[in-house]
Write a protein that binds this ligand. Sequence first.
Ligand code: IPD
Ligand code: CA
Ligand code: CA
Ligand code: CA
Length: 258
Amino acid sequence: MSNTALQQLNQAVQAVMRQARAQVLAQMGTQLTVSEKTSRKDLVTNVDKSNEHFLVHALRQLDPAAKILGEEGLGDPVESMTGHVWIVDPIDGTMNFVHQRDHFAMMIGYYVDGEPTLGYIYDVMGDRLYAGGPALGVTVNEQPLPAPADRGLSAGLFGASGPLLIHDKYQMQAIAHASLGPRIMGSAGIQISQVLAGELVGYLSYLRPWDFAAGRVLAETLGLVVSQVDGKPVNMLSSGAVLIATKSAQRAILTIVR
Ligand code: IPD
Ligand code: CA
Ligand code: CA
Ligand code: CA
């Protein structure tokens, strides 16, 4: 794809996300329909579903031949990363959306033959849209975002996941202890955006493809590293413990985990 075509696509996706945000805000003024998916800690609302429906339909119009993987199952069954693949999380942090009406995001990742190409994380209530990719750089609300400093684990705050910290999986307590302190937000999108902004030196959580597809594109564009917790490359079609960090923090974490 030419750079001009990619720029146009980037502008179009941002416009779609701004429209999606307006619709989500309007729906927040009405009664939500909330149901449990697998447990009382795993919720889905009518807004997750209607926003996925809207985003999938809009992406389909922008890129008709693409495959679209959506968390709520309103896209396509995607079994390989060949061709154009969009990965959509319509509301990331549904628990926060329901209980806090804040601290949730919408996310879209775009891969071409497996190559990270475009990523979007929209902090809905903060109205901060992180957008871009390796060919374009990263912007926040259209303003260029500089790469964060390569700060080490001992000199930064660490983005933890509640379940991993509680159960001390992947040495999460030792990692948190080695940092300046753990921070837990309950939204992968919000926490990854904090790593992009240099507010956290890393984030480790058990994630599904839609939780990190967008963040991987943006993080790698800014010189951050995205890997499995043992340092191996991530697979965009499987779930697992994913680490997004500065290079220095990743080195320290891999030493603790090994
Ligand atoms: C969840 C959030 C949460 C993370 C979970 C995700 P959802 O996404 O990002 O912070 O710990 O693993 O599933 O279900 O609210 O989109
Ligand atoms: Ca969910
Ligand atoms: Ca999610
Ligand atoms: Ca979600």
